[in-house]
Ligand binder design. Structure first.
Ligand SMILES: *Cc1c(COP(=O)(O)O)cnc(C)c1O
Length: 402
C-alpha cells in the first residue's frame, strides 16, 4: 500500500463502462487488491523530523492528516475527475448540499451578487436567502429558460451563476452553453447542479461551466444508504474550490467513500435500466386520461426536448407528472395503496419512490402553467410492467373519488 498520492489514472480513450471499472484503481493504489482498501485515519505518523518537514512542505503529496484524506477518498475523487473532460480535480462533501454551499462560498464575498435559477433545489435557495444574505451577498433568481438573455442580468458585482438542468421538480432544460458564454464574457463563475444527469448524461465543464456539482447520495450511491456530495472544478477554479473545502473542514469517511466507489462501478447499468423503465412509465402516464402532463425531458412534448437532445446523452429515472383534477389530499387514494413505490425523500436508489410536490412556494420569478396535483416518481430497478400495473390501479382509485 502506498502512502503517496498517485497521479489520476487515465485508462485512455475507452467507453464509459470501461472507464467506470478502471476509475480510481491506478497502479500503486491497492497493491493488487481489486478495490482500494478502506483506510480510516486521523493521525498519520512520520518516521523522523525530516520526514515530517518534507510532509509540511508538500501536504497534498501523500498521507498527512485524516482531514486531507487517504487513498480511499483520493480514489473516489480521481474516479469522478476522470469522468469529466476538462476537470482538474474533485472534492467530496458530507452531503450534496454541502458541495453546493462550499462551491458558492469558494467564489463569493461580501458585496457580491449571485444569480440562481428559479428551478434550483430548495435547500440551495435557503442557503442563499438565509446564509449568504447574512454575509452581505445578494441573490437574484432568474427564469431557468432565460438562455443568453442572462447577459442583461449580470451586474459589475455579479460573481457567480448557479444552474441546475433539468430544474428540480419542474424539469426545465437550461441552455447551458448560452449561459456559460455570457458569464465567461463578463468573468462570472458558473456552477451547475448535475445530480439528475450525472457525468454520464451531461458534462457541464465541457459546456463551459467552471464547477460541476452532484449529490452522490442519488445515483452514484444508488442504494439509499449513503449521503455524499462532490464538486468537480476546471483548472481555473480548482485552487479556490480546494482551499475553501479544506478551510471549511469538510471530510467524508473512508467507509462512505468506499461505498460510493462501489456504487460508481454499476452506475451505467443502473442508470440505463432506470432510464428505460422511467421512459416506459412516462409514456404510459402521458397516454392516461387522468394525467394532464408528464414532465420528462426525453418526451418530445417537453418544452426543453430539443435542448435536451442537443446537450444530454440520455436521461435518468426521475420525473414528475400532473393530474387533471383533484387536490393534494386526493392523492392519498393513489399513493397510499401503491405496493412497489415507497413514500419518501431523495431518489436515485434501486427502489422506486413517489412523493407529492407543491412547487408554487419555491418559485419567485416564474409560475407553472398547471394547477392539478403533482407527483414525482423515482423509477428504480423493478420490472417496469409491475410499476405500470401498480400505477394503473392507483389511478383507478384516484379517479373513483370524483
Ligand atoms: C438531493 C439533491 C441535492 C442534495 O443532496 P443531499 O445529499 O441530500 O444533500 C442537491 N441537488 C439536487 C438536485 C438534489 O436532488
Amino acid at each position: 500500500m502506498t502512502n503517496r498520492r498517485q497521479p489520476p489514472h487515465d485508462p485512455g480513450p475507452v467507453g464509459i463502462g470501461t472507464r467506470l471499472v478502471a476509475a480510481g484503481r491506478g497502479p500503486g493504489f491497492s497493491d493488487g487488491i481489486v478495490n482500494p482498501p478502506v483506510m480510516r485515519a486521523s493521525t498519520v505518523l512520520f518516521d523522523s523530523l525530516a520526514d515530517l518537514d518534507r510532509a509540511i512542505a508538500a501536504p497534498d503529496a501523500g498521507l498527512y492528516y485524516g482531514r486531507r484524506g487517504t487513498p480511499t477518498q483520493w480514489a473516489l475523487e480521481d474516479a469522478l475527475t476522470g469522468l469529466e473532460p476538462g476537470a482538474a480535480g474533485t472534492k467530496l462533501f458530507p452531503s450534496g448540499v454541502a458541495a453546493i454551499t462550499t462551491a458558492l462560498l469558494a467564489v463569493v464575498g461580501a458585496g457580491d451578487d449571485v444569480l440562481i435559477t428559479d428551478s434550483a433545489y430548495e435547500p440551495t435557495r435557503q442557503f442563499a436567502d438565509q446564509v449568504l444574505a447574512r454575509f452581505g451577498v445578494t441573490t437574484r433568481y432568474y427564469d431557468p429558460c432565460i438562455g443568453g438573455d442572462i447577459a442583461a442580468l449580470i451586474q459589475p458585482n455579479t460573481r457567480a451563476i448557479l444552474l441546475e438542468s433539468p430544474g428540480s421538480l419542474s424539469f426545465e432544460i437550461q441552455d447551458v452553453p448560452a449561459i456559460t458564454a455570457a458569464a465567461r464574457a463578463r468573468g462570472v463563475v458558473t456552477m451547475l447542479d448535475n445530480t439528475w444527469g450525472t457525468a454520464l448524461r451531461l458534462q457541464p465543464l465541457a459546456l463551459g461551466c467552471d464547477i460541476s456539482l452532484s449529490a452522490l447520495t442519488k445515483y452514484v450511491g444508488g442504494h439509499s444508504d449513503l449521503l455524499m456530495g462532490a464538486a468537480t472544478a476546471s483548472e481555473a477554479l480548482w485552487p479556490r474550490l480546494k482551499a475553501a473545502t479544506y478551510r471549511l473542514g469538510h471530510h467524508v469517511s473512508a467507509d462512505d467513500a468506499a461505498l460510493a466507489l462501489r456504487g460508481l462501478r454499476t452506475l451505467e447499468v443502473r442508470l440505463d435500466r432506470a432510464e428505460a423503465s422511467a421512459l416506459a412509465v412516462a409514456r404510459w402516464l402521458a397516454w392516461h386520461p387522468a394525467v394532464d402532463r408528464v414532465l420528462h425531458p426525453a418526451l418530445p412534448s417537453h418544452p426543453g426536448h430539443e435542448l435536451w437532445k442537443r446537450d444530454f446523452t440520455g436521461a435518468s429515472g426521475l420525473f414528475c407528472f400532473v393530474l387533471k383534477r383533484g387536490r393534494r389530499a386526493h392523492t392519498a387514494a393513489l399513493i397510499d395503496g401503491l405496493v412497489h413505490f415507497g413514500i419518501g425523500f431523495s431518489w436515485g436508489g434501486f427502489e422506486s419512490l413517489v412523493i407529492p410536490i407543491h412547487i408554487a412556494p419555491i418559485r419567485t420569478v416564474t409560475t407553472v402553467p398547471w394547477s392539478g396535483p403533482m407527483l414525482r416518481l423515482s423509477i428504480g430497478l423493478e420490472d417496469p410492467d409491475d410499476l405500470i400495473a401498480d400505477l394503473a390501479r392507483g389511478l383507478e382509485r384516484y379517479e373513483a373519488q370524483f
